[in-house]
Design a protein around this ligand. Structure first.
Ligand SMILES: Nc1ncnc2c1ncn2[C@@H]1O[C@H](COP(=O)(O)OP(=O)(O)OP(=O)(O)O)[C@@H](O)[C@H]1O
Length: 736
């Protein structure tokens, strides 16, 4: 990554600090600095901020007052100081916070004060909820696979064993193209279709149909007919398992999986036995092409199809060079068209992507020749498929940083409650910016005291009776919830086992709410069954990621909903950026009235250090929110391991935030973040300054000079420096 790429633009400061406030250009000189500052503020039209801390004698709680004209965009330094002293007051008095009543105009907790104003009052992209939205990625009722050329054993297998009755619109387009009798079957294809529209079967089915339709005896020794390359191991494994399922109707055709993290020796052994389909990740495929003679032998005469799945992700992860090398090796093979005459006379390249942005077009130029663009929206008169499925209900909440954790708890609790009593399995995915943040959220929600049981290593946890982490969990009822964590720092077998458990539909899963905290490693192409809700607590790193993340729900015509959290301020501008993806609109939620209040007003949350108290007091919803948050903070304070995880989660999150693409830095810029408030959403009471020092102690070795430099910087600059360093070292560290 070069120093001047789009990422680094993310660090540039804008003149007004992003607040919309334009400083006066006039210079004030002479006199005392206080007078100069006062004069400058007057010239800039900024009112002098009065702040008073009042100790409430009756309750022992603090009332933090700001003058009503306070600037919600006050600069970070002022904000930070304020936040710290608020915290000091709050926690000094936290023992009595349950007594506080919001009805007498007292501010119950600093959770609800000093938050930046939310400016999005009107939903400019309102979804018409009264209108029935027909699924846009569902199978087409009026078409059939027979009519498209799928025959005999493959057709029976598809309908009876795989329960796939009708093609989706993209399958119809691709099948009619690749199975056509005319010369066009040799054209390269660019498949652009919505998430969950069945792209995998769209390219696998015609390849299988073509091989089976040759009426030439083939077996695993006949050579490899298709190479499918996918950007992540999870996706490659998934495509491999679809190929394996199809091959159940023709056992003599054998697929093979080549992915990093697996033993190369055993892969070589499998390749030596022979295979007809190779599915793999780019690095490992290239490695075998360069170093395993038998692979080249397998491809040399039979290879007719090269599929690049999730093309935009392949580019984003920097695989262009690897793909170019793979293609150049493959193109050197001399095909013998006399052995399999019914197959295309050249290698047909297929590129798949749900989006057309990013480098995917460039990959098209590299990999495809005279390609044909097939898009499932073409049928409905739209040019591309970069839109969310029509039936997906998108919700958006603008959530102040301090309230992110508790709003997430409210959202998860609501889903859990609404699922109670159901026989089916409910699945929710929560997307976070980096592995460390996944660890923090997983630990926070899944392990309260001893009330949990590890099911798969420590990545899958079943909550047991007595767990009270979500407001509706009571001590004597079964929470019916399983938590999962998935990110790239876990070993490959662990990642596979976790996904396998999450996807399982067995007796033990019935009626359970499965909640997975994950990074973008789970955003691409993964086909997990019946994901009801996707929550993006951290904003996506690009609009394409947004589309792919929420595309884990509402697949193949099913219903689903997604919830995106944005911070008040610049992030609200992101709504305009994603509007084009949501032609059916979205629902704008108020984080307090619509999410946390309904959840926290219906139950009493008791303080974790007063569990034994027999008399429960009916508290207002905001007091319950405060108590819930204090309980988590107390756990972090008392448990040094959890505290370490929280600190790492926070610092890595800030670093990850700095990697938002340059084009979107106007919405996501570290400079806009209020670090003190954000720390609160990691249940941290310490000021970011001490966190930055702590993390640099824990982290990379610093030179004496860089230590001196760091000491001179303020907290925000330190975070920026850490972010730049981290990006230089490895972008994948926090993305995956
Ligand atoms: N014709 C069909 N009828 C019913 N279900 C189907 C059909 N085709 C595919 N599916 C199912 O739809 C789901 C989504 O398929 P697939 O993973 O191929 O989608 P995709 O378009 O590749 O999505 P993404 O862009 O997210 O990778 C799978 O569970 C698959 O079994």
């Amino acid at each position: 990554m070069s120093d001047d790429d789009g990422m680094l633009l993310n660090f540039s400061t804008i003149e007004d600090g992003g607040s919309g406030f334009k400083p006066s250009s006039a210079k004030v000189t002479g006199g005392r600095w206080r007078d100069r500052r006062k004069m400058k503020m007057m010239m800039e039209g900024r009112p002098k901020k009065k702040r008073k801390l009042k100790q409430n004698a009756a309750t022992g709680t603090a009332d933090v007052e700001n003058n009503s004209g306070s600037d919600p965009n006050m600069d970070a330094a002022t904000n930070e100081k304020e936040s710290t002293s608020e915290k000091a007051v709050e926690f000094k008095n936290s023992g009595k916070s349950n007594n506080v009543n919001s009805s007498n105009n007292q501010v119950v907790s600093s959770l609800f004060t000093s938050n930046r104003e939310i400016s999005t009052a009107v939903n400019t992209n309102e979804r018409d909820e009264s209108a029935e939205q027909a699924p846009s990625n569902a199978p087409l009722s009026g078409d059939s696979f027979e009519a498209l050329g799928i025959k005999e054993s493959l057709l029976t297998h598809l309908k009876e064993k795989m329960k796939i009755q009708k093609p989706t619109s993209i399958q119809k387009l691709v099948l009619s193209h690749l199975l056509s009798q005319w010369k066009g079957q040799d054209d390269d294809l660019f498949i652009n279709a919505q998430t969950g529209s069945g792209k995998t079967l769209a390219y696998l089915l015609p390849i299988f149909a073509k091989i089976l339709g040759m009426k030439i005896r083939v077996d695993r020794k006949s050579g490899c007919f298709a190479l499918i390359v996918a950007p992540t191991r999870e996706l490659a494994s998934q495509i491999y398992s679809v190929a394996l399922t199809i091959s159940n109707c023709c056992h003599y055709l054998v697929p093979c999986l080549l992915i990093g993290g697996e033993r190369k020796k055993s892969e070589k052994a499998r390749l030596r036995k022979g295979c007809n389909f190779i599915v793999g990740t780019p690095g490992r495929v290239l490695d075998h092409l360069q170093n395993t003679k038998v692979v080249r032998e397998q491809f040399s005469q039979s290879l007719r199809y090269v599929v690049l799945d999730e093309g935009d992700k392949l580019m984003e992860l920097g695989f262009e060079e690897t793909i170019t090398q793979i293609l150049s090796i493959l193109h050197d093979f001399q095909l013998d068209n006399s052995i399999f005459p019914p197959l295309p006379s050249r290698i047909v390249h297929v590129l798949c992507s749900a989006t057309l942005k990013g480098g995917v077009k460039k990959l098209g130029d590299v990999a495809l020749q005279n390609y044909k663009l097939l898009s499932n929206r073409q049928m409905e008169g739209s040019s591309t498929a970069s839109e969310v499925p029509d039936q997906l209900l998108q919700k958006i909440a603008i959530v102040p940083p301090k309230l992110r954790l508790v709003t997430l708890a409210g959202s998860l609790d609501e889903i859990t409650k609404s699922h109670k009593g159901s026989e089916s399995t409910r699945r929710t995915m929560v997307f976070l910016s980096c592995s460390d943040s996944v660890e923090f959220h997983y630990e926070t929600f899944s392990s309260s005291d001893e009330h949990h049981r590890n099911l798969v290593g420590d990545t899958v946890r079943l909550l047991t009776k007595g767990n009270k982490i979500l407001p509706s969990f009571t001590g004597n009822s079964d929470p019916g919830t399983i938590f999962y964590k998935l990110h790239g720092s876990l070993s490959q077998p662990m990642r596979s086992a976790t996904l396998d458990h999450f996807s399982r539909e067995d007796e033990a899963s019935r009626g359970k709410h499965k909640i997975m905290f994950c990074t973008d490693v789970a955003s691409r192409g993964l086909d997990l069954p019946h994901v009801g809700t996707v929550i993006e607590i951290d904003p996506p790193f690009s609009t394409e990621d947004h589309l792919h993340r929420i595309g884990r729900t509402a697949r193949a015509g099913q219903s689903g909903e997604a919830l995106l959290f944005l911070l008040p301020g610049e992030e609200e501008g992101y709504l305009n950026c994603i509007k084009g993806f949501h032609p059916k609109g979205w629902k704008l939620l108020k984080f307090d009235k619509d999410i946390i209040q309904p959840v926290f007003q219906s139950m009493s949350v008791s303080k974790s250090d007063r569990e034994g108290d027999s008399k429960k007091q009916e508290d207002s919803w905001d007091s319950n929110v405060t108590t819930w948050h204090l309980n988590v903070e107390r756990r972090v304070l008392e448990d040094q391991i959890l505290k370490g995880i929280a600190v790492k989660g926070f610092t890595s999150h800030i670093r990850a935030y700095a990697t938002h693409i340059g084009a979107e830095k106007q919405y996501f810029n570290v400079k806009f973040l209020h670090l003190g408030h954000l720390a609160k959403s990691f249940a941290l009471r310490e000021r970011p300054k001490s966190l930055a020092q702590q993390s640099s102690r824990d982290g990379a070795k610093q030179t004496v000079q860089s230590k001196k430099d760091t000491a001179k910087m303020d907290t925000k600059d330190k975070m920026l420096k850490m972010a730049k360093l981290a990006v230089k070292q490895s972008a994948s560290e926090f993305n995956y």
